[in-house]
Design a binder for this molecule. Structure first.
Ligand code: AMP
Length: 143
């Protein structure tokens, strides 16, 4: 049986506006913001507003809308950072690497010959994250 959704996870708190984020994009069904411990410049997260724990319990219509936003953000980060490619990553349950239990996709611009940083646990400078969010919004035409 699937694990239950915990409404006190950190992304649920961001969705409720209880804690801040560097927002990139929002529509009726999805939210996108900068990862606070980026594995590369422009590391952005995309999540559905619906309370899904991960890919395994999400409704198909939730997945359909969130993947549309993933594509939009992938194009945005690629343009904003003039990247050579874009990496999209998503984990399901702790043994697979999931640490926050609200469905989310990582969208990370990639550059030829530049490896991703590991999960260092290092928080990025807020001014830098704000600047990167603004760059992506500008590339999306919502700046
Ligand atoms: P995972 O569950 O392994 O897919 O990763 C969760 C991601 O959320 C990590 O990359 C964290 O750096 C990121 N993260 C955790 N807390 C926050 C937060 N308050 N704001 C933005 N990103 C966060």
């Amino acid at each position: 049986m699937a694990e239950a959704y915990d409404p006190n996870n950190i992304f649920a708190k961001i969705l409720r506006g209880e804690i801040p984020c560097h927002k990139v994009f929002e529509d009726a069904d999805t939210l996108s913001f900068m990862d606070i411990m980026p594995q590369g410049d422009g590391h952005t997260l995309v999540l559905p507003k619906a309370p899904s724990r991960n890919l395994l319990d999400a409704q198909p219509e939730v997945l359909a809308s969130v993947i549309g936003t993933v594509q939009r953000i992938a194009k945005g980060v690629k343009a904003a950072f003039d990247a050579d490619g874009v990496f999209v990553q998503q984990f399901n349950e702790a043994p697979a690497g999931q640490t926050v239990f609200h469905l989310h996709f990582h969208v990370i611009p990639r550059f030829a010959g530049v490896p991703l940083k590991g999960h260092t646990g290092q928080m990025a400078d807020h001014a830098v994250l704000a600047d990167h969010a603004a760059k992506i919004r500008a590339a999306l035409g919502i700046g």
